[in-house]
Design a protein around this ligand. Structure first.
Ligand code: TXA
Ligand code: MG
Length: 331
């Protein structure tokens, strides 16, 4: 898959002019700006409606550019980069002098990633520099996994949208930070804690107080507008039936078919395979969000590492989506 030369040129021109360009990566679409242009980076925050002190990831065409952005590359980070770049992994490293506060949120670290998607690679290579890019969605909302969702979220504020169809992974990159000599997983993704631990022989999962801020780890993130609740796997049929009594419309995201069909229940069977489920997750939640239902019930997903990234996004979606609203049983 390649971008047409004229689209690529338009995208590079836009970046050089300080405009925003949305582009596909293997994880989700990014909303990109020239990482060396603070005014352009600030525009990302305006368009997303995102608080200015939240840091963004800088995307690079290859690891040889690391030294321009990070002043120190621990050997563990080096090994991860060699193993997993280009790919769905973000490394949080001590920033170089000259990396602007608009990128780092004023912190002493910078998040760096070399994406594998051919169109992202084309864009980065043609542009020649770092591209700052958070996910291409409004703040706190579901990430975009296709070009239509980018337009839906951000409209005309994005000068160019490079259309690469559906993102192959569909969930955001794994984020790993290095501090005090330790290695810490800040956000689970396709590259698992097990894979990282196997390579490095050490890994701490989860943020602590001294960890860099990750807005993705605030509760209200990756959320649809409809209240969303996670239901124990075995109770999903009974709960959806009870809640839909009286004709109230209920949306369900499950990994199997319903035991019996109910007219007021919109049921998506996302299947039992973690990677496929993750690939479809945001598109499914968008669809259910538009179904005009009182709530979205999500059948809790299986335990185990294969589901860690999905589980993480579902927990956040439940915390963010209508968290204050109560979903009462129908009388
Ligand atoms: O897969 C991805 O990572 C996608 C694609 C576009 O690359 N990007 C993405 O960006 O998910 P965003 O901004 O939605 O999430 C990136 C996360 C944020 O939670 C941000 O706080 C964190 O990375 N981050 C960025 N810089 C950081 C830093 N210096 N320290 C800690 N976390 C950082
Ligand atoms: Mg995001």
């Amino acid at each position: 898959m390649r971008a047409a030369p004229e689209d690529l040129q338009a995208a590079v021109r836009a970046l050089r002019a300080g405009e925003l360009v949305a582009f596909p990566t293997e994880t989700v679409y990014g909303l990109g700006a020239d990482a060396r242009n603070p005014a352009a980076v600030r525009r990302i925050f305006t368009v997303k409606g995102r608080p200015a002190r939240h840091p963004v990831i800088v995307h690079l065409s290859d690891a040889s550019q690391l030294a321009e952005w990070a002043r120190e590359i621990p050997s563990a980070a080096q090994r991860l980069a060699e193993q997993f770049w280009p790919g769905p992994l973000t490394l949080v490293l001590p920033r170089s002098a000259g990396v602007d506060d608009s990128i780092t949120g004023g912190q002493d670290t910078v998040a760096l990633r070399v994406p594998a998607h051919p169109i992202a690679q084309q864009l980065l290579t043609a542009f020649g520099g770092g591209i700052a890019a958070p996910s291409a969605n409004r703040y706190g909302r579901l990430s975009s996994t296709c070009a239509e969702h980018v337009r839906e979220e951000l409209g005309d504020a994005v000068k160019v949208v490079l259309d690469g169809g559906e993102c192959p992974i569909g969930l955001e990159s794994t984020i790993v930070a290095f501090s005090n000599g330790g290695v810490r997983l800040l956000r689970p993704g396709r590259i698992t804690a097990g894979q990282i631990g196997a390579l490095l022989g050490e890994l701490v999962v989860g943020a602590d107080e001294s960890s860099p801020r990750v807005p993705g780890s605030t509760a209200a993130h990756y959320a649809p507008s409809t209240p969303l609740r996670i239901v124990p796997a075995g109770q999903i049929d009974a709960r959806s039936e009870t809640l839909s009594q009286g004709g109230r419309r209920v949306a369900v995201l499950a990994w199997r078919a319903p035991l019996s069909a109910h007219p007021a229940v919109t049921w998506i069977n996302a299947g039992p395979r973690a990677q496929q489920y993750g690939h479809d997750l945001y598109a499914h939640l968008r669809l259910l969000d538009k179904a005009g239902c009182a709530c979205i019930l999500v059948q809790d997903v299986p335990d185990g590492e294969a589901w860690a990234a999905v589980r993480d996004r579902l927990r956040r979606a439940a915390a963010g989506a209508g968290a204050g609203a109560s979903i009462t049983e129908a009388p």
